[in-house]
Design a protein around this ligand. Structure first.
Ligand SMILES: [Zn+2]
Length: 473
């Protein structure tokens, strides 16, 4: 259990020392409060997933203390009548903003841009995303994780993967021995996972994955361009555990048939490689390629830091690529076939959204992904599994989170509608338990409006192009 240390830390945290400094957090110092959700319909998301109707759930400290047992004295009662309780959601592919500078990512240099960690985390929490897997983690993300563990910030559990690439990354690995050293160093720094990236050459890619296995670190990532045109079987290397998006497969082929999707699925099954379909990101790319208005009018853009709002609109990498739209659309259609074929072959898929790339807003995007997965052929229950139990399994913390069972951490979402009837009901959030801390709808709205107000008040201060110019001079 690589993650055990982090999770033990979570259990030690008992109250929020700095809460008094922040208006929205003031009322959240409730870790010693025992909660009881009464008359709630539990969707446990275990393998059997037998819905428990009209149940009583006791949440004590940060755990699910009991289900349908006695109610402790002096507990706070939450009415669960006509509501549904699901496990907190896991986004398995995010890029959380953290202090730093574009292109210069040495923590020793001091940040050009710094962020309020709570504002970065609020969109996750507001959407019931209680665990994230950051696929381009830096030292600063460990700092954020510590802020959450200390209780200064209400945020998700963070699993962190270190990128090892062949260029434009830190570290850069151009040879197998570079690659092995990079893995060992990442291990020493405390990273739990390795992300392999696009520009690794074939030998280095294989060496990184082999070394990661020796170091007992799981590997997620891209399929390097070095593999383009090679037989599909070559890209499935033992211990390459998780593909970061379906696009990694569509890039390998011009054949967008179901037969090709099945070939990938069988190879993935044989190799034990799981998939993050990440349908959201291609849909977002197409929408931006069509019109920049589609970014400007994103309903949740107001929760995005003003620097990123400015970047997504003024320096959008996809807008203007109109002639690529038919190609993007073909890929998006093929990604749906991939989901179908992987389901048919029994390859586990986990939800991830690339939150943080332009047009994909943290937290909100996971609900878009669930909807797209259902459109691609997963049942509502399968889509939910991909964002709960299965993500926890891949991260090897399924004994701690991912289902609603006694003894697990209380990461929970109370919903106004049954998501097994309609997947869009995951958006109807009545409240969220984050590590046993209850954040009801009014608190969520307050937290979101804090972010929105700050973003609006500081819009003029952030100009992406100007920032790049400053860095050049
Ligand atoms: Zn990504």
């Amino acid at each position: 259990m690589k993650f055990l240390k982090l999770l033990i830390l979570f259990t030690v945290v008992s109250f929020n020392l700095n809460a008094q400094n922040n208006s929205t957090l003031k009322s959240n110092r409730q870790n010693n409060v025992t909660y009881v959700i009464k008359n709630v319909n539990i969707i446990p998301m275990t393998k059997e997933n037998k819905v428990i109707e009209n149940a009583t759930v006791v949440i004590k400290e940060n755990k699910i203390h009991s289900i349908n047992k006695s109610i402790p004295e002096n507990s706070v009662i939450i009415d669960g009548m006509n509501k549904w309780l699901i496990p907190g959601l896991i986004d398995m592919h995010v890029h959380t903003l953290a202090d730093g500078s574009p292109f210069v990512i040495y923590p020793t240099k001091g940040p050009i841009v710094s962020y309020n960690t709570q504002y970065n985390m609020t969109p996750y929490i507001a959407n019931g995303v209680t665990t994230v897997f950051d696929l381009a983690a830096r030292t600063e993300h460990f700092g954020q994780r510590n802020e959450i563990i200390r209780g200064d910030v209400i945020g998700p559990r963070m699993a962190l993967a270190k990128v090892i690439g062949g260029k434009k990354s830190n570290p850069i690995a151009k040879t197998p021995s570079d690659g092995r050293n990079a893995v060992r160093f990442a291990k020493e720094e405390g990273y739990e996972f390795i992300k392999v990236y696009t520009w690794l050459n074939e030998e280095t890619f294989k060496a990184v994955i082999d070394e990661a296995e020796k170091q007992n670190m799981k590997v997620v990532g891209h399929i390097p361009v070095a593999f383009e045109g090679k037989p599909a079987k070559d890209i499935f290397i033992p211990h390459f555990g998780l593909i970061a998006h379906a696009e990694e497969l569509s890039k390998q082929t011009d054949d967008y048939s179901y037969k090709k999707a099945q070939e990938f699925a069988h190879l993935a099954k044989e190799n034990g490689t799981w998939l993050i379909p990440n349908l959201t990101n291609m849909v977002a790319i197409i929408s931006q390629a069509k019109s920049i208005k589609n970014v400007e009018n994103l309903p949740n853009l107001k929760y995005v830091h003003p620097l990123m709002q400015n970047k997504w609109i003024t320096s959008n990498g996809y807008f203007g690529r109109k002639k690529f739209i038919p190609y993007f659309q073909k890929q998006a259609d093929f990604h749906k076939l991939i989901v179908k074929a992987f389901k048919e072959a029994g390859v586990p898929m986990v939800s991830g959204t690339d939150a943080g790339i332009s047009g994909v807003v943290w937290g909100f995007s996971l609900h878009d992904e669930l909807k797209l997965l259902v459109e691609a052929g997963l049942t509502n229950e399968e889509a939910l599994s991909s964002a709960t139990r299965l993500g926890a399994e891949w991260l090897e913390i399924d004994d701690k989170i991912g289902t609603i069972e006694t003894g697990k951490f209380a990461d929970l979402i109370l919903l106004e509608g049954n998501p097994l009837d309609d997947i869009n009901n995951t958006r109807k959030i009545s409240g969220v338990f984050v590590n046993g801390k209850w954040i009801d709808r009014s608190k969520i709205d307050l937290m979101l409006s804090d972010v929105e107000k700050w973003n609006n008040a500081n819009k003029e201060k952030y100009d992406w192009k100007e920032l790049l110019n400053t860095l050049k001079n």
